[in-house]
Design a protein around this ligand. Structure first.
Ligand code: NA7
Length: 533
């Protein structure tokens, strides 16, 4: 790789997804010389990579966008209740062009190393293209879910058909008339299988753990609805910033026990009809995620729905979770219904685990070979830690980020780390557990405040870095907050780093979400950043 000359800039943003686009905009707006590098050929982040059939946001359209571009908030079209992957990709690229950010962006460029120079108080960043940046500020916006988790199943390399991971979806592949197997039944697997079932010859879901899913309620949005939303955006966002999850739901303050038993069923039916996993979870009962009785009653309702929808009792039994409703909530556009099709089957891996992948397909423990043309891995992500796995970041005194995270990913407030001055993360570990499109904005705003605070200590030499005790205390707070949640007992979950063998289990989110995080970061700024040095 030919060495390129060093580009001296104020700030380097890594990643041009939702987070990186906003950070690039905010830095440019405030007069910084900013560059943004992105490994994909265009902007979009996860929405560039995850273009499998059926990919859609399950945050409702009116909030799956930026609040700061008030004009686009009012005028950019979104015809349906949810935006699909192509629509999101188009929107993000529209924003990039509208705000003339593309000229600050360099695509097909992956960051490889970042090294802090204590003497010069700058980061030296190298990329796989040979580019070298010298920047006072480094902002990683590479997404929490950007490294595919590809489980190493015995015989995987022997398969004669096509192997695909959903986040590396090949252009132009046509599944029509093919025998397709899917491993993975999380958000991705559910969306994918629902979309491809009518097209493929045969679809087999190789399901390890069934999950509860509720209807998404995807539908067109009328002009009158859009007008009403446009007129109340200020109020809507006030509500979002004052909520835990930030999904535009009026979060209930009533436990299920406060509803008479005969009313609960009606409430559940209403929630089912209304659609949306976050509304289902948060809008009527406030203790689905914290109270075992409430959680079990919720499971019972969803399992009854599965029994009503799925005609074949064998398939219905396979689809019904036996555990709690404690994974990342799912919603779908007719997932359970696809199992009424003759061309769709389900293999319950709890009864017959995968023995191995063979040239013809998958062999299960009962000796049966399921013949496949295409095998799709909807097996999720090596979340957060995986994002940084191929990058070497070396902070003050030569400290490696991988060492700092040797007991699992950690941060202060999700955005900063002790020993890594003037480095900020969007979607770092222990940030607010809330709607991603909103989180990137509030984290981005806080990062701008931190940058200005660093500069108040001198330009170009000012630095800011979280105190070791702040980071330690934050870890304790996040652990304690997660302790009251039933989600922590999930069998495997990227929210706790337990979905990838070998990773250290860790609480990766701050459970009180936006409301709690905004209060803490406001106090931090109002008091002159006492948790930083
Ligand atoms: P998830 O939610 O992590 O789901 C991964 C799925 O893959 C889940 O059903 C896993 O089963 C399954 N899996 C993983 N490894 C295996 C092996 N070895 N054998 C069988 N099945 C396996 O990823 P998604 O992509 O669906 O969603 C991630 C996020 O993207 C989601 O939370 C949204 O925020 C968007 P398991 O349950 O572990 O038994």
């Amino acid at each position: 790789m030919p060495a390129r000359t060093e580009q001296v800039i104020d700030a380097l943003v890594v990643g041009a997804g939702f987070g990186g686009i906003y950070q690039t905009y905010a830095l440019k707006r405030d007069g910084y010389n900013v560059r943004c590098v992105e490994r994909a050929p265009t902007a979009g982040g996860v929405w560039y990579w995850n273009r499998y059939p059926g990919a859609m946001s399950d945050t409702e359209s009116f909030l799956y966008r930026y609040s700061w571009d008030k004009e686009s908030l009012q005028t950019y079209p979104w015809p349906n209740r949810y935006v699909t992957q192509p629509e999101i990709l188009k929107y993000l690229n529209f924003i990039v062009d509208k705000h003339e950010l593309r000229e600050h962006m360099q695509f097909n460029t992956a960051m490889e190393t970042a090294t802090w120079n204590e003497e010069r108080k700058v980061w030296r960043i190298t990329c796989d293209t040979g580019d070298v940046f010298i920047a006072r500020f480094l902002i990683t916006a590479m997404g929490g879910l950007s490294q595919a988790h590809f489980p190493n199943i015995q015989g995987i390399n022997s398969f004669k058909g096509r192997l695909i991971h959903t986040q590396e979806w090949p252009d132009g592949i046509d599944l029509t008339g093919l025998n397709v197997g899917v491993i993975g039944s999380g958000s991705t697997g559910v969306q994918l299988m629902t979309a491809i079932a009518p097209k493929v010859k045969n679809l087999i879901s190789f399901q390890r753990t069934p999950q509860h899913s509720v209807p998404s309620g995807q539908r067109p949005v009328s002009e009158a609805e859009r007008k009403a939303i446009n007129e109340s955006y200020d109020e809507i966002y006030k509500g979002v910033w004052n909520s835990v999850a930030g999904f535009g739901v009026n979060e209930s303050d009533r436990p299920m026990s406060s509803y008479p038993p005969e009313e609960r069923r009606k409430v559940f039916e209403f929630l089912w009809e209304q659609g949306n996993a976050f509304r289902f979870n948060l809008s009527k009962f406030n203790d689905i995620g914290t109270n075992l009785e409430t959680n079990r009653e919720t499971c019972k309702f969803i399992n009854e729905k599965i029994d009503q929808i799925v005609k074949d009792p064998r398939k219905a039994n396979a689809l019904k979770p036996t555990g709690l409703y404690n994974r990342r909530p799912l919603c779908d556009s007719g997932y359970y219904q696809i199992f009424n099709r003759d061309n769709v089957d389900i293999i319950n891996l709890r009864d017959t685990p995968i023995d191995s992948i063979v040239p013809e397909g998958i062999r299960t423990s009962d000796g049966k070979i399921h013949e496949l043309d295409v095998l799709i891995f909807a097996t999720g992500f090596d979340a957060i830690e995986g994002t940084f796995a191929n990058i070497t970041i070396q902070g003050r005194d030569g400290k490696l980020m991988s060492d700092h995270w040797k007991n699992g990913p950690r941060s202060y407030l999700g955005v900063t780390m002790t020993g890594f001055p003037n480095m900020f993360m969007i979607f770092g570990p222990q940030g607010p557990m809330s709607n991603g499109a909103t989180v990137v904005e509030v984290e981005g705003n806080f990062i701008m405040k931190l940058i200005k605070q660093a500069e108040s200590r001198g330009i170009p030499s000012g630095t800011i870095e979280a105190l070791a005790e702040s980071e330690e205390k934050w870890r304790e707070i996040c652990d304690k907050e997660a302790d009251t949640s039933i989600l922590k007992d999930a069998p495997s979950s990227w929210l706790f780093g337990t979905n990838v063998p070998g990773r250290k289990p860790v609480v990766t989110f701050y459970f009180p979400g936006l409301k709690g995080w905004l209060a803490i970061t406001k106090e931090e700024a109002d008091r002159g950043f006492p948790s930083y040095t």
